[in-house]
Ligand binder design. Structure first.
Ligand SMILES: Cc1ncc(COP(=O)(O)O)c(C=O)c1O
Length: 464
């Protein structure tokens, strides 16, 4: 008898956390239980998740930027059905599949002309691994320069160019020849490039961790120096690409011309893993430079039909629904509404971001009573205040958000790109209300934060 997935879901929904505790990552389960994130979601559509009682949750996390077009989009579901119903040949490997060719063509059409060759893989980290290999093969050099605060994935190569020690601790040694510089430190970039041993400088247009980016022409100068010294510029668009920043690609905010870009996350619309590298044809060919090296870099599932069909459907949705333009509009609205909140809440230090990758950074408030609460929490753990806000947004207002990174007092939001004014208003009102509740010190919100600490949650949940 074939397995009945519908029956499994109907009968067993609710066992989620117990199963994970028993068989998967029980530390994550403990964290979710402690911070009140142990919800059972039963359905999802667009910008909303629904629990077992049918209660609606606004998803301002988007699966870490996977659900840019919203959850369970009918166009992507149809693409999956079509592929399955046609009994298409898949991953024959010793052929050239049609759908991967058509998706590569569709991507190239949307990118600047110099990015004209595509390699498909299965994740963001895998795309970064490939980008490192392409850069090394193209330049014959080994050195890599990345930025402090960077997050490029958790496989060994990606981890080697990581700018967050938290994720590295315990997993070394790393790739040789990796250097990190602060955003803005052109002198450091130049002195590394001058050695002649650097294959590439790697940047995220807006860093996923902490939502940081240069406010000046740092990236343009890095690009100029790369050209001068024969190094490549890699733009990691895994989180920023495909509309997230209010432009098709994050590098377009600085009019850059990166030699290599990487994509993943939202490219396949949220059902099937996917990753992609786009580069200049001449760089591509340096990796696949002779017949016996034609698969020297490859991945078994890389061009699988489901991912490719979903990619085509997703690109079409982004265009048909004007999601890039909507992102720019909703991002502007959010920033201006959040700046109004900043006037009323001295605990807000800064609102920053581009499009719909936004950060609300907190600092010590001016009010005396709040100062005490803030100082107390910071003695315990630096993220606790933000975690308290994140938990309250979920428990009191049913809005899903995240702490932006370890060690930062920053709330990060990544709404789906299809939100409207109603969702913007809902979030702003909820944040206003949570920050008003914070003024009651001592009070239930501060107790909540102290409780996290008592449950020995020394590292609040900030996951990629
Ligand atoms: C900018 C960036 N690069 C790479 C990755 C790694 O992607 P994946 O989790 O698909 O390996 C992430 C994931 O969050 C990311 O944000």
């Amino acid at each position: 008898m074939p397995i009945d997935i519908k029956q499994i879901v109907t009968e067993r929904l609710g066992e989620n956390y117990d199963l994970h505790e028993r068989y998967i990552n029980r530390t994550l389960v403990s964290v979710q239980r402690t911070i009140g994130f142990d919800k059972i979601y039963a359905n999802a559509r667009g910008a909303y998740l629904y629990d077992l009682d049918g209660l609606e949750y606004l998803d301002f996390l988007s699966g870490y930027s996977v659900f840019n077009i919203g959850r369970n989009h009918p166009a992507v579901k149809q693409a999956i059905r079509d592929v399955v119903d046609m009994d298409l040949p898949n991953m024959v490997q010793m052929d050239c599949s049609l759908l991967s060719g058509v998706l590569a063509e569709a991507l190239v059409k949307r990118m600047p002309a110099h990015l004209n060759a595509v390699f498909f893989c299965n994740s963001g980290a895998e795309a970064m691994e490939g980008a490192i290999k392409f850069a090394r093969a193209a330049t014959g050099r080994g050195g890599l320069v990345s930025l402090e605060g960077a997050f490029h994935g958790l496989s060994m190569g990606a981890l080697s160019i990581m700018g967050n020690p938290h994720f590295q601790d315990g997993f070394g040694p790393y790739l040789e020849g990796c250097h990190r510089v602060q955003i803005g430190n052109l002198t450091a970039v130049e002195s590394l490039l001058t050695t002649g041993g650097i294959a590439a400088v790697i940047m995220e247009p807006v860093q996923g961790k902490g939502v940081k980016y240069p406010k000046d022409n740092f990236f343009n100068e890095v690009q100029r120096l790369c050209r001068e010294h024969g190094a490549l510029l890699i733009s990691d668009e895994v989180q920023c690409g495909l509309g997230r920043t209010g432009k098709w690609f994050g590098f377009q905010h600085w009019d850059l011309e990166p030699d290599i870009i990487t994509l993943a996350k939202s490219l396949s619309g949220g059902f099937v893993p996917v990753g992609a590298i786009a580069t200049r044809r001449e760089i591509y060919q340096k990796t696949f430079n002779q017949m016996d090296r034609c698969v020297v870099h490859s991945s078994t599932f890389g061009r699988n039909n489901l991912a490719m069909a979903c990619g085509l459907a997703t690109l079409q949705v982004i265009e048909d629904e004007g999601l890039v333009e909507n992102t720019a509009r909703m991002g502007e609205l959010l920033v201006s509404r959040l700046n109004e909140l900043k006037e009323r809440h001295s605990v807000i230090k800064e609102i920053r971001g581009k499009g719909l990758i936004l950060a609300i950074e907190f600092h010590e408030p001016k009010e005396l009573a709040l100062k005490l609460g803030w100082k107390g929490l910071h003695k315990m753990e630096v993220n606790l205040f933000t975690q308290m806000v994140v938990t309250s947004l979920l428990s009191r207002h049913r809005i899903l958000t995240q702490v932006a990174a370890h060690g930062l007092d920053t709330l990060k939001i990544l709404p789906p790109l299809m939100i409207g004014e109603a969702e913007v208003e809902k979030f702003v009102m909820a944040l206003d209300s949570v920050l008003k509740d914070c003024r009651k010190f001592p009070g239930p919100l501060w107790d909540l934060a102290a409780n996290f600490f008592r449950h020995s949650l020394r590292k609040p949940a900030s996951v990629p």
